[in-house]
Design a protein around this ligand. Structure first.
Ligand SMILES: [Zn+2]
Length: 309
């Protein structure tokens, strides 16, 4: 029998880490997080599920053929140039793996209750073009693939990254089967913003207490939408020491944030798949620590809800 990671699926690929040159986005955080889960939480190396790259067929459920052609052929066009990344085969592969990883985490979550992709959260990617540090929108792909497979009807995206999930909002605009919530810093990238089903634009410097109140109220709307699956974008960049973020959350506040979302799912029997977006803390150690805490919250809840045997 496969070793269960405390009941929650943990999804990881060593190829999530790729060389994007001198960049504020530390792709080495993925491997460091995995090391930490092995060293400190006793997760067996073989317990991590490794995704295969998302197929073109799966990516076409969100992205346009023209854009995917550009990515496959590494063509620098207006569709790809809007990224803030180099365009190389290993980088495109990392994004295809992330898309498959979030899909796998969500598929497992529907069985086990929780799934965590130790990557993903590339919520700025649009169906027809790249944006920010995002080539492929793994969150949107996961929802669309699982809907196509008939595994899920209604889904919700709870996006707590400091930046608005604009690509996700655009993808699901006008789709009553997917509720999109984005809680973000209002005066930050992207500008202009898209319309999610519910946007909570926070003032600069918003601290733990107000953040948690606003999140709590917003989650009520998510539960009203009756999702069978929540994809939770646990962006680490809502942290007060983030270089690209301007909110005031402490490490403790971020843990409380994760609990609010994930306990809410557990209490209602809603499957939760987590993506670990954002994370540009001044100290890389802090980014890894925030992601680690998110994983631990999911693992602890999974043990409580669905004890492995
Ligand atoms: Zn972000």
């Amino acid at each position: 029998m496969r070793a269960m990671a405390g009941g929650a699926a943990l999804v990881y690929s060593p190829a999530y880490q790729c060389d994007i040159g001198p960049h504020v986005f530390p792709t080495e955080k993925f491997g460091l997080l995995r090391e930490r889960l092995v060293a400190e939480d006793g997760i067996a190396a073989e317990a991590f599920l490794e995704p295969q790259p998302a197929t073109r067929e799966d990516l076409l459920r969100v992205h346009t053929a023209e854009y995917l052609d550009d990515l496959e052929q590494l063509r620098w066009t207006r569709r790809t140039m809007s990224s803030e990344l180099p365009l190389r085969a290993d980088i495109v592969l990392a994004y295809r793996l992330a898309a498959a990883g979030t899909t796998l985490a969500a598929r497992e979550a529907l069985v086990r209750g929780f799934g965590v992709n130790l990557g993903g959260g590339f919520h700025h990617a649009y169906p027809d073009h790249a944006e920010g540090f995002c080539y492929l929108n793994d969150i949107a792909v996961a929802v669309r693939v699982l809907q196509h497979e008939g595994r899920v009807g209604r889904a919700a995206v709870v996006d707590c990254d400091v930046h608005q999930g604009n690509g996700t909002a655009r993808t699901f605009r006008g789709d009553d089967t997917v509720f999109t919530l984005s809680l973000h810093q209002e005066r930050n990238y992207p500008l202009p913003k898209e319309s999610s089903d519910l946007d909570v634009g926070l003032e600069d410097g918003t601290g733990d207490e107000e953040y948690l109140e606003r999140l709590s109220a917003a989650l009520e709307r998510v539960w009203e939408a009756a999702p069978e699956l929540v994809i939770y974008q646990a962006g680490a960049d809502a942290y007060r020491e983030d270089q690209l973020g301007g909110l005031g959350l402490t490490l403790e506040g971020l843990v409380a944030r994760d609990r609010l979302v994930l306990e809410g799912c557990a209490r209602r029997g809603v499957a939760a798949a987590v993506t670990l977006g954002g994370g540009y803390a001044r100290r890389l150690e802090d980014t890894v620590r925030i992601h680690h805490a998110t994983c631990r919250t999911a693992l602890a809840l999974a043990r409580r809800e669905r004890p492995s045997s």
